[in-house]
Design a protein around this ligand. Structure first.
Ligand code: MN
Ligand code: MN
Length: 307
């Protein structure tokens, strides 16, 4: 089952990589990889259903296919898609999380194998960032800097007995040495353990309560110098629920969509990979408002990565 799953990703990545190389001229090109995994959530499992909803919204006819700064998403040199890791099938045959996380890491490496493709992962709950960042760092041969947008620091040593919990992914990343700097932005649900773990790992935690003070700096970030590149992880709940109600953990007092775009657009960085996680279609409005929000995050990230 694992071999078949990896073959599926490998062959699609080869196809998309070949296409982009034939067209020529791309130094970096974004490729979507869906990871429909929801069972490491501590509350609701709906994020497992997100990847197809996000794809549908990316190409929704209500908007055009240009990004804000003018990249054309229909150009395969900007955006391709290698499909989903078949998480359900893998779990249905009894594969445990240790091995499932390895399959996710291997899938990311298969995408990176096909120069100039760079992975943009569609979650899924936030547990997937651990195997994805691990793969990016291992493949590039050193740590990356991470820009992590989230209401929560996701840095519990172990949450409810699950070391792979979506609330523990950044503890695993920091323990593994896969990140040099970790900047967490949008934080507004953090307890004592979250702060202590943050200190322990040297995390730069920017909380919403001081956002107006931090804004000029956060909107002019330069990251990744002296490391292998920058990884961006966006938990949709970094946004205020007024902008993105379709998440499992509604936490008022968050970023506006424009705050997030300002941070992304002005970031100076070589972005080597990214993810958009925690969109929960089962909590979305009937007209799929949060799907459009997640899709636009993906579109603007694709523009940021591709060059
Ligand atoms: Mn969160
Ligand atoms: Mn999160």
């Amino acid at each position: 089952m694992i071999d078949a799953s990896l073959t599926l990703i490998r062959e699609r990545a080869k196809l998309k990589g070949e296409l982009v190389r034939l067209l020529g001229g791309a130094k970096a090109s974004t490729s979507l990889l869906g990871v429909p995994l929801g069972h490491n959530s501590s509350f609701l499992q709906g994020p497992a259903f997100a990847p197809p909803r996000i794809r549908e919204a990316i190409w929704c006819g209500s908007t055009n296919s240009a990004t804000e700064e003018g990249k054309e998403l229909k150009d395969p040199r900007v955006l391709t898609d290698v499909g989903d890791v078949p998480v359900q099938e893998i779990r249905d045959c009894g594969v445990d999380d240790d091995r499932l996380m390895n399959v996710i890491s291997e899938s990311v490496k298969l995408v990176m194998e096909e120069e100039p493709l760079r992975p943009l992962v569609l979650g899924g709950d936030h547990s997937i960032s651990y195997p994805v960042v691990r793969a990016v760092s291992e493949k590039l041969g050193g740590p990356v800097d991470i820009l992590h947008l989230d209401a929560h620091p996701d840095i519990y040593d172990c949450f409810e007995g699950n070391k792979y919990s979506h609330a523990s992914s950044f503890a695993r990343i920091m323990e593994g040495g896969y990140a040099r700097r970790l900047l967490q932005v949008g934080i507004r649900s953090i307890n004592q353990e979250g702060r202590e773990q943050g200190k322990r790992f040297g995390v730069e935690q920017y909380e919403m309560r001081t956002f107006s003070k931090d804004r000029p700096m956060l909107e002019n970030l330069k990251l990744g110098e002296g490391v292998k590149g920058v990884y961006i992880s966006i938990d949709v709940d970094c946004l205020d629920p007024a902008f993105a109600p379709g998440v499992s953990h509604i936490e008022p007092g968050g970023l506006s969509f424009r705050d997030v775009l300002n941070i992304l657009h002005n970031l100076q960085a070589d972005v080597v990979g990214a993810d958009v996680v925690e969109f929960n279609p089962q909590r979305d409005t009937v007209d799929g408002m949060t799907a459009m929000v997640a899709a636009k995050l993906v579109r603007e990230l694709a523009a940021k990565i591709s060059k």
